[in-house]
Design a protein around this ligand. Structure first.
Ligand code: FAS
Ligand code: PHB
Length: 392
């Protein structure tokens, strides 16, 4: 079996790349270890930045998004018992973010690939890559109980943090930057409408909390917890009590309670592997980088990588030029380090770290006051939250 671009992973990065290439008449094959239904229904991110939305609309994927996506203009930061809004729409000169659950985006992408008759293998774990350096790239995978091989011109490693593609780069050719945080997020889905129309952060001395939105009747709420917390250790009563303590302030409607339909703990990590390319292999999305979900940058960074990689492959196949392919990693890393800076900075600003003394906690409060209370602070947050330029 042979294709122009072999894609490992059918998450948002792999599906989006395959869709982009298809629109330009470039052949790709996706190899995914999980089942299609599992991929479609995994609950993850929830916020799209302006650049991702422009990408969806530009690639003919704005239909369902246009009906279900909820445009956001501001975030309400709660600290010192008060509400401190950042209107990032005004501060950024009219840029927005949208609430649109990742599984809805994956559904849109998967439906588009199925409708186009894409070649996709599910329940097909990739076991190893071969020949990425010498130009005879091969993806080895298993499917229907038999070993398979896919020969490719190029391989896109879109297989997430725990995939196999990053390890295809020799250890002495890759530099890893890693930071694991001493806390996690207990995330719940609740059948309860948001009390206001805005994402709300609780920067409380007992720990961080967030209220986000998934639909007019469903809210996504997070509580800072121990990194190895068992979700079952949190009763519904304990969850709602902590959410009210960390999010409610006088003069604003309190958090609405409702049936909790999903409960899980997400660990927090900042991770980046350099370079993001090696020979015929190109890493995109979580295969190359992880950010704490604080800044809502995981999914959006995957889309930004794919926008650059898709453009580079189209330039190569359609115009015979290799400039973008040669500089793919440099272009993505320049932007990704700024995304790492924003995500890690926010994470450090709003969470309570074990062992921090009163001075550090007062510095956190000063950072929040500067970010929400000054023109420069609001502009910096707005530029980053609505999305940095891609491919600059
Ligand atoms: P993905 O991990 O989505 O997809 C990789 C795919 O590769 C998977 O389908 C996997 O099955 C497949 N794969 C792996 N190994 C393979 C192999 N050997 N062979 C074949 N296929 C293989 N981001 C936010 O912005 N906000 C959030 O709130 C947020 N919450 C998250 C919660 C959780 C529990 C997790 C895990 C992530 C969360 N993220 C969040 C980050 C998330 O949205 C990612 O950034 C996004 O899924 C990245 O997309 P991909 O790079 O496509 O990787
Ligand atoms: C989410 O809805 O998952 C979300 C929203 C805003 C953030 C981070 C995550 O800053």
């Amino acid at each position: 079996m042979r294709t122009q671009v072999g894609i490992v992973g059918a998450g948002p990065a792999g599906l989006m790349l395959s869709h982009m290439l298809h629109l330009e008449g470039i052949d790709s094959v996706i190899v995914e270890r999980a089942g299609q239904e599992h991929v479609r229904t995994r609950l993850r991110a929830g916020v799209l930045e302006q650049g991702t939305v422009e990408m969806l609309r530009g690639l003919g994927l704005g239909g369902r998004f246009g009906r279900l996506g909820l445009e956001q203009h501001a975030i309400d930061f709660r600290f010192a018992g008060e509400s401190h809004r950042i209107d990032f729409h005004a501060a950024s000169g009219g840029r927005s973010a949208w609430v649109y659950p990742q599984h809805e985006l994956v559904t849109d992408l998967m439906d588009a690939r199925v409708a186009a008759g894409a070649c996709m293998f599910f329940e097909a774990p990739v076991t190893r890559l071969e020949g990425v350096r010498d130009g005879n790239a091969v993806i080895h995978f298993e499917h229907d109980g038999a070993p398979q091989r896919l020969e490719c011109d190029y391989i896109a490693g879109c297989d997430g943090f725990r995939g196999v593609c990053r390890d295809a780069i020799p250890a002495d050719e890759v530099k890893v930057y890693d930071r694991v945080y001493p806390f996690g997020w207990l995330g719940i889905l609740a059948d309860a409408p948001a009390p206001t129309s805005e994402i709300t952060w609780g920067c409380h001395e007992d720990g961080f909390a967030m209220l986000s939105i998934r639909s007019p009747s469903v809210t996504r709420l997070y509580l800072q917890c121990a990194p190895d917390e068992e979700p079952e250790a949190w009763s519904d009563d304990r969850i709602w009590s902590e959410l009210h303590k960390r999010l409610d302030v006088p003069d604003m409607p309190p958090v609405n309670e409702g049936r909790i339909s999903q409960k899980g703990v997400t660990a927090m990590r900042s991770f980046l592997a350099e370079p993001m390319q090696y020979g015929r292999l190109f890493l995109a999305g979580d295969a190359a980088h992880i950010v704490p979900p604080t800044g809502a940058k995981g999914l959006n960074s995957a889309m930004a990588d794919v926008q650059v990689l898709g453009r580079a492959l189209v330039e190569h196949y359609k115009r015979g030029a290799g400039t973008w392919l040669a500089s793919y990693s440099a272009i993505c890393l320049k932007r990704m380090w700024l995304v790492q800076r924003f995500s890690a900075g926010l994470c450090t600003m709003v969470h309570q770290f074990p062992g921090d003394n009163a001075f550090v906690r007062r510095l956190q409060r000063a950072d929040l006051e500067y970010m929400t209370g000054t023109v420069a602070g609001r502009l910096q947050f707005a530029e980053n939250f609505t999305g940095l330029p891609i491919g600059a």
